[in-house]
Design a protein around this ligand. Structure first.
Ligand code: EPU
Length: 337
């Protein structure tokens, strides 16, 4: 394994931001990972997966370890379910397609989400009414300090909306090396309740959708709204949808009756940040090479040579304006480095 110095990370982050790593190593096995950790104890370390959920605003003054562990396998099965393990460095969408090809159900609504399998538990990725936590069984992770492998069960992961223990209590202490999902072999729980999916299937006159039909519908919807990072640098939703207490929301809603919202519990509602950003006039705006996507206001984009700082400034401008207009604070979903 080679350690490179002053290494460009442009190709390793989906925003396509130019930033340099002081040192960079790609690891292809747990043994290599242990060696690089062991031999570089005194270095600051930065763990890099698919680079799809981060904004680099400066050079990374650390040893960047790119997790390139590959492989997927069935670890157990019965008549109804299959337990599938994927190594952290597998591309998420390719993994999802592999499960669908074998008619294993549970991940189809999360088709085409960028990034690698190993980072999916970190922020409990989700789309179209499904989250990783719905099929997640456990993940294996290596401590950065003494290179011990530990298994985290679903309960131990403390999953929430785009949240987990890996973003909070044990932040930066573990490197996820593999993940196990429990998928259905029959009686699939096809979830088409999300309005866009229902409409997309209806357009194609599909009344009894297969896993593949749902996946194809999700792919079509995502491609129509979300930019392909290979063509236009981006990191998916830049902000989380804010969750407000109903009592606070009612006052705001009174002033902005057309504001969209979804109930999340007896006491809380979720407001689509995309709606707030669009309403504030930002959708499709461009500031130099940094901008707001014209089809989905939650997505910030790099038109070519934006710096991370420029994108961060746009995000701050949006946050401040939204707060001024609506009194709502929207929080970044993307990790700002
Ligand atoms: N909306 C607008 N304008 C916009 C975008 C959205 O008004 O430009 C409003 C519309 O009212 C729309 C509502 O927001 O009905 C919801 O929009 P959408 O269905 O596109 O979902 P979202 O809330 O914007 C979330 C996730 C996405 C995920 C979709 C589908 C977050 C932060 N984002 O977006 O996740 O794909 O739902 O489930 O929860 C990601 O995390 O990178 C991501 C793309």
């Amino acid at each position: 394994m080679e350690i490179k110095t002053n290494f460009s990370l442009k190709k390793y982050n989906t925003f396509g931001i130019e930033a340099k790593a002081k040192q960079f190593a790609a690891v292809h096995s747990i043994a290599e990972l242990k060696t690089v950790l062991e031999e570089n104890k005194s270095e600051n370390k930065f763990i890099l997966g698919g680079g799809s959920n981060m904004l680099l605003t400066k050079d990374v003054d650390a040893l960047v370890i790119h997790i390139d562990l590959k492989g997927k396998r069935i670890t157990a099965e019965n008549e109804d379910y299959v337990w599938v393990e994927s190594q952290a460095g597998e591309n998420w969408h390719e993994f999802v397609l592999w499960t669908i090809d074998q008619d294993f159900g549970g991940l189809e609504n999360m088709s085409l989400i960028p990034g690698n399998v190993g980072t999916t538990p970190v922020q409990n990725i989700g789309a179209y009414g499904t989250e990783i936590k719905d099929t997640f069984i456990s993940c294996e992770a290596l401590t950065t300090i003494n290179q011990e492998l530990k298994t985290f069960t679903k309960q131990e992961c403390h999953f929430g909306y785009r949240e987990s223990i890996f973003k909070n209590e044990v932040k930066d202490q573990y490197i996820i090396t593999s993940v196990v999902f429990k998928l259905t072999k029959r009686n699939h729980n096809i979830n088409t309740s999300y309005g866009d999916i229902t409409n997309e299937l209806a357009k194609n006159n599909i009344t009894n959708p297969s896993l593949k039909d749902v996946s194809n519908a999700v792919i079509t919807i995502r491609q129509s709204k979300l930019p392909d990072p290979k063509e236009l640098g981006n990191s998916g939703s830049f902000f989380k949808n804010p969750i407000l207490l109903k009592t606070d929301f009612e006052k705001i809603h009174h002033q902005f009756p057309e504001m969209k919202y979804y109930d999340v519990s007896e006491t809380e509602v979720k407001v689509p940040a995309g709606w707030l950003i669009e309403e504030a006039g930002f959708k499709g705006k461009r500031f130099g090479d940094a901008g707001i996507h014209k089809k989905q206001a939650l997505v910030l984009v790099n038109y070519g040579n934006a710096t991370g700082q420029e994108i961060l400034n746009v995000s701050k401008n949006i946050q401040e304006t939204i707060f001024k207009i609506f009194g709502i604070h929207i929080e970044a979903e993307v990790n700002v480095i």
